[in-house]
Structure formats: structure tokens, C-alpha cells
Design a protein around this ligand. Structure first.
Ligand code: GLN
Length: 496
């Protein structure tokens, strides 16, 4: 990505540079934040990355940072003053949280998510909330009730999903940092198809308190940026134990920033990399495979030892995920009952059951309804063992495949997505084709591990972005950043 001078356009600078200049008093956070708000006003009618823009709140947060800098105080965090785009699935007391659903239209949460609080405490101005597939179900952001987001590389194409808004905001320089959530790939696949960086941290290391649940055993918030270092800086801000999330793990935050800096020095000797045989298939787009093979070459040149490994049960990841996820969805989304949140369809003569049914019929989109129905069926007595029970067994087998692989290697690699971004509308009527784009990202979520997508250039067959996926075991997130930063430095900038 291009860097610019102090007098140039701050929206072109990376977050690490912006932070250094703001903390040195060379740039004000208000100017940086305003430049991004101006950019949103100028270009977002074209991309539709944002569902809400919070100019006043963002500028007020920026002013507080500038006052602290002027008073000679230590910055609240290494990213203090650098604005961010927040996926509209984290609650915020000062703007709506809709999860891109009609059922939550205009709903304002009475409390902030822990992740939101951490951003505020770190002095990071929140520019607004980004578009997504409804309740984070989808791979294209076309399942938003408020209209799709467009890919800044080609506006006739999808920006990935479910976090297409966050990825598009980064790729179109509307925000230098963004937050996503990853249940089956919703941080990594949008990063891949927009040539940005995104990490799904180890399950339990970023609080889910105030993250509206999709599938609780898989959901994880995570950092998105245009560079590996920016993503690492954000990772350290948002990770950490939270007693309000019962699955939060009380361990020290992994040293991902140090690892990114170490990686950028460009030496991977002593690092063992495994290429997952099952995630390198002839059914993938040829340009994706050639970009991946070139990336593996680069890793070898950096000194890494590359071997092929087999994870035989990854073949069943899609079937397992698309039973476990809908099962959890059918339970989690039962809370949208017209009584407590958002939309209520009631003509005054209806019974409580009729109000619930009418509200859900009007408030949920097609894909959400499909998954609630699949999940309800999979959990029903008589089918539970055959579907949900079986899927859980496969989940264990996948975790065992990973364990065996990590006895031999430090990280695993694959393409992030089998395809480059497709045309808007191309897969909306074919749910299975849509699900197939998650093939490479799902195993990590099922195992609770961590993974990153880093741009690996543009595909030789259509000139569109391709992502390299790096996977590591639970609580070894720093390995992603070391390898990702080394690869990024060796690969160099991606220019259209
Ligand atoms: N595309 C996947 C799905 O539709 C992943 C979603 C996600 O990670 N939130 O379920």
C-alpha cells in the first residue's frame, strides 16, 4: 500500500504510521478522523460499506486523544487516535446495532460489547458500523437486509462475507482499521477477496460479550487491517480475558506485534510449514492455485521448510459445520421473539404466538430462515444423533487431524478461498455454491484454532485478489503474524 507525506492524504497511510504521527503531534486525530469521515461521505454511496456513520462521536473521541497528546500524556494504547470501522454485530450504546437484519432495525443496545469498550478505552474513534450478511450468515454480504456491499476492486463483484463491509471499508481507504467476526471464515474470506489482512484469533481469546451470537461455539471477533503489523496492533488491543464471557480464556495475550516485527525482517529459517493436501484441489480456480503455489515458493525462499501434510477429515468440514452452525443458530435466534428487541408486528388482535410468528416472518431474511429450519430439524428428537451428534464427532476428528499435523509443522497453509470475488447475484439462488466458498476456512473454526488471510497478489486468470491462509494451533497466534509479515514483506505491494 502506498505511504504518503504528512501533507498528503491521511486515508492512504497505514495505522502504525498514523499512530506514530498522531502521538508525535505531527498529525491530529481530529484531522485524521475527519479525513476518513469525508472519504466515507464521498465514496460510500458507491460501495455501501457502512450501515451507520457516527461522525460526532468519532470526532469527540478524536478530540480527547488530541487533548491528551497536547498535555503530554502517554497515549491510551499504541493505536490511540487511529479511527476504526466496527462490524454491526457488536453492541454500541451510542449508535444502532442491527446485524443487518430488519428484525433489529433501529435497535440501540443498553450496553457496549466488551470489544467496543476496549476500543473506546484504547482511544480508537469508531467511525461507524459496517454492513454484513444478516446475523453473519453468508459469504457475500448480499444477505444484508439493507442492500449489498460492493467490492472496491470491481464494484460489480461481491466483497466477501459476512464481513464484507469491514473489508470494503479498508480496501477503499474509508478506514485504516476494522473489526470483523469469524464463525466460518467471515474475517478471512472478505480479506482474501479485497486484498486486505484479517485474523480469526484463537477461540476464547477475544470476548464475545456483546457480540450478537450466530453460533456461539464458533464465533470469534478479530482484527482487520491493510497490513500485518496494523492487524497485530489491533489484535493486542482487543484480545484478553473477560469474566463476562464464560468461554473467555484467562491466559496472557500472545505477543503478536513482536512476532509481526520479527517476521518483517524476512527470515523464516527454522519454521516448518505444512501444505494441506486436502485444501489444494482441482475444483479451485486455477489462478487461485497458481497464486498459492507462488506464495509457497516465496515461503521456501524465506528459509521455511515446506512439507505436504494430510488432514483426511477436512473433507467433511463443510457437512459438519452446516449442521452445527444452524443448530446453534436455531437456538440463539429464538431470542428475537418480538417481545424484547426491535421489530414487532402486531395488529392489536393477535395472540402472543401470532405476534412472534408474524414478526419473525417479516423480520428475518431468507437465509436466516433456512438455517433456523435446518437447525431445528437437526436438533429434533429422533434426528439429533444422526445429524447434530454425527457432526460433533466429525468436529473431533477434524481437531485430531490438526493435532497430528501440528506434531510435524508449526503452521499450515492453504488458499483462503477457492475463488476470487464473483459477480453480485451469481450465487444468491444457489446456497450450496455459496457454502463451497467456505471450504478452506471452516476447519479452523471447528477446532477453535487461529488463522489469518494475507493477500497473495492478483489472480493470473482474472486479475482479482487472492488470499493466502496461514493456520496455527490454539494459543499460537504469534506464528500467524511472524509468517504473515515475512511473506508480506517478500511479496511487496499489490498494484492493480
Ligand atoms: N460463510 C460462512 C457462513 O455463511 C461463515 C460465516 C461467518 O463466519 N460468520 O456461515
Amino acid at each position: 500500500m502506498s505511504t504518503d507525506t504528512v501533507n498528503g492524504d491521511p486515508t492512504r497511510l497505514d495505522a502504525a504510521t498514523l499512530a506514530a504521527r498522531i502521538h508525535a503531534g505531527e498529525l491530529s486525530s481530529v484531522d485524521v478522523t475527519r479525513a476518513h469521515l469525508d472519504r466515507i461521505a464521498e465514496v460510500d454511496t458507491e460501495y455501501h460499506a457502512f450501515l451507520h456513520v457516527a461522525s460526532e462521536q468519532a470526532l469527540a473521541a478524536a478530540e480527547a486523544v488530541d487533548r491528551a497528546v497536547a498535555a503530554g500524556e502517554k497515549p491510551a494504547s499504541p493505536l490511540a487516535g487511529v479511527p476504526i470501522a466496527l462490524k454491526d454485530v457488536f453492541t454500541t450504546v451510542d449508535m444502532p446495532t442491527t446485524c443487518a437484519s430488519k428484525i433489529l432495525e433501529g435497535w440501540v443496545s443498553p450496553y457496549d460489547a466488551t470489544l467496543t469498550t476496549r476500543l473506546r478505552e484504547a482511544g480508537i474513534p469508531i467511525l461507524g458500523k459496517t454492513n454484513m450478511d444478516e446475523f453473519a450468515m453468508g459469504s457475500s454480504t448480499e444477505n444484508s437486509a439493507y442492500g449489498p456491499t460492493r467490492n472496491p476492486w470491481d464494484t460489480s463483484r461481491i466483497p466477501g462475507g459476512s464481513g464484507g463491509g469491514s473489508a470494503a471499508a479498508l480496501a477503499s481507504y474509508q478506514a485504516p482499521l476494522a473489526i470483523g467476526t469469524d464463525t466460518g471464515g467471515s474475517i478471512r474470506q472478505p480479506a482474501a477477496v479485497t486484498a486486505t489482512v484479517g485474523t480469526k484469533p484463537t477461540y476464547g481469546t477475544v470476548s464475545r460479550f456483546g457480540l450478537v451470537a450466530c453460533a456461539s461455539s464458533l464465533d470469534q471477533g478479530g482484527p482487520c487491517g491493510r497490513t500485518v503489523l496494523d492487524t497485530a496492533l489491533l489484535h493486542e488491543v482487543i484480545a484478553g480475558y473477560d469474566p463476562r464471557d464464560s468461554t473467555s480464556v484467562d491466559t496472557p495475550v500472545r505477543p503478536v506485534v513482536e512476532a509481526a516485527r520479527q517476521g518483517a525482517a524476512g527470515d523464516l529459517s527454522g519454521v516448518k510449514v505444512g501444505v494441506v493436501k486436502e485444501l489444494h484441489s482441482d475444483s479451485y480456480q486455477p489462478g487461485v492455485l497458481s497464486s498459492f503455489d507462488a506464495a509457497v515458493e516465496t515461503l521456501t525462499k524465506l528459509g521455511a521448510e515446506v512439507v505436504e501434510v494430510s488432514c483426511p477429515h477436512f473433507e467433511y468440514a463443510l457437512a459438519s459445520y452446516y449442521l452445527i452452525l444452524p443448530s446453534e443458530v436455531s437456538s440463539n435466534l429464538a431470542r428475537f421473539d418480538a417481545m424484547r428487541y426491535g421489530l414487532r408486528v402486531d395488529d392489536g388482535t393477535m395472540s402472543a404466538e401470532q405476534v412472534m410468528a408474524a414478526t419473525r416472518a417479516a423480520g428475518f431474511g431468507k437465509e436466516v430462515k433456512r438455517r433456523i429450519m435446518i437447525g431445528t430439524y437437526a436438533l429434533s428428537s429422533g434426528y439429533y444423533d444422526a445429524y447434530y451428534g454425527q457432526a460433533l464427532k466429525v468436529r473431533t476428528l477434524i481437531a485430531q487431524d490438526f493435532d497430528k499435523a501440528y506434531e510435524q509443522v508449526d503452521v499450515l497453509v492453504s488458499p483462503t478461498s477457492p475463488f476470487t470475488p464473483w459477480k453480485l447475484g451469481e450465487k444468491v439462488d444457489d446456497p450450496l455454491a455459496m457454502y463451497l466458498s467456505d471450504l478452506c476456512t471452516l476447519p479452523t473454526n471447528l477446532a477453535g484454532h487461529c488463522a489469518m488471510s494475507v493477500p497473495s497478489g492478483l489472480s493470473a486468470d482474472d486479475g482479482l485478489p487472492v488470499g493466502l491462509q496461514i493456520m496455527a494451533p490454539a494459543h499460537a497466534d504469534e506464528r500467524l503474524y511472524r509468517v504473515g509479515a515475512a511473506y508480506e514483506a517478500a511479496r511487496g505491494p499489490i498494484v492493480a
